[in-house]
Design a protein around this ligand. Structure first.
Ligand SMILES: Nc1ncnc2c1ncn2[C@@H]1O[C@H](COP(=O)(O)OP(=O)(O)OP(=O)(O)O)[C@@H](O)[C@H]1O
Length: 322
């Protein structure tokens, strides 16, 4: 294998039993393989948790050697438009499946990026080729998929992977690549991954370019993530009434790590539960974080939103000490 190969590809599960986590889903997919038939499928869930990996492993097991000819992966949100996607489907569906197979599989990634009109066009395409093709539609949010498509599919919801799953995946790769992962290094990988195995593997590969001994410092440095402790320190300063100091800490984090506003908000959200705050204080702060998060997606100033959030930490801290 090439030295510079991307590890997420190199370690893509070949078989359904190699997929980590999602046992209930893989069990049912294996039963499709055994029966030699499957309905249209809708895979929904966050990025990097194994939706594509499951679809490819399913095709490999179903078709064996001929899987490449009987499986196509298309990006539904192809920027050239839904007509290009439909043309690709048409060309692929035109020829009969190879080998023993009764149907071909069309894997459509990012279907939730399609407008409702484009999804309606897709639905008609699904119907037209239903005799010779099965569709596996992948999306982050099933609520963004129109009802007529959802009702034609068996829906599988992929959740984020838990810490044990990430540890299993990372340990497997580290062993093969001759890396030593320190306990704090693994904790950092789990923190950075946020349930996304792709993110964990990419973080490991970047870290491996600078060290064979993977520590938390290496992970935070190579992924431009602030250490949870630094975020906690910033929040504690605000809670203790030292608003200007917490603001300086924010500056330091922005400069050191080049964090985006949404990165910091996400980290603040995760750190605040470690501060031993009363439930009613947490409730008030979570409410504010939700607000700031929404405003950022609407294009508000990152700097002002985060400072406003720190101001709320200060106000809650002051109310708490009364
Ligand atoms: N459950 C898993 N078990 C083992 N490896 C995994 C798992 N999930 C992800 N990976 C690794 O991460 C890579 C990316 O995963 P995959 O392409 O399946 O994500 P996805 O859920 O389809 O994401 P997206 O929504 O972004 O397309 C895989 O090639 C594999 O290396």
């Amino acid at each position: 294998m090439a030295e510079d190969e991307i590890w997420t590809e190199k370690y893509r599960p070949r078989r359904l039993e190699d997929v980590i986590g999602h046992q209930q889903i893989t069990r049912r997919l294996i039963s499709y393989v055994k029966s030699g038939n499957l309905p249209h499928l809708l895979f929904s869930g966050p990025p990097g948790v194994g939706k594509t990996a499951c679809a490819v492993a399913l095709a490999r097991e179903l078709y064996g050697e001929t899987w490449h000819s009987n499986f196509i992966e298309l990006n539904a949100s192809d920027e050239r438009g839904i007509d290009v996607v439909r043309n690709n489907i048409k060309n692929f569906a035109r020829t009969a499946p190879l080998g023993e197979a009764k149907f071909k599989i069309i894997f459509l990634d990012e279907a939730d990026a399609l407008t409702s009109d484009a999804q309606s066009a897709l639905r008609r395409t699904m119907e037209r080729y239903a005799a010779t093709c099965r569709f596996i539609i992948s999306c982050n949010y099933s609520s963004k998929i129109i009802e007529p498509i959802q009702s034609r599919c068996a829906v599988y919801r992929f959740g984020p992977l838990n810490a044990t799953d990430i540890t299993t995946g990372i340990t497997r790769i580290a062993k093969n690549e001759g890396l030593k992962i320190e306990k704090d290094g693994m904790d950092a990988l789990i923190y950075v991954a946020r349930g996304d195995m792709r993110r964990a593997i990419n973080a490991l590969q970047s870290a491996a370019t600078i060290a064979k001994d993977i520590t938390a410092d290496v992970i935070y440095q190579t992924t431009s993530t602030a250490k949870p402790k630094e975020i906690e320190d910033m929040l504690k300063l605000a809670l203790n009434g030292q608003f200007m100091d917490s603001r300086n800490k924010l500056d330091e984090l922005l400069i050191t790590y080049g964090l985006s506003g949404t990165d910091i908000i996400d980290q603040i959200y995760r750190s605040m539960f470690e501060l031993g705050l009363d439930e009613d204080v947490l409730v008030a702060l979570v409410d504010r974080i939700g607000e700031a998060d929404f405003r950022l997606t609407e294009g508000a100033s990152e700097r002002i939103q985060i400072e406003a959030l720190l101001a709320h930490f200060k106000m809650q801290g002051a109310a708490r000490s009364k």
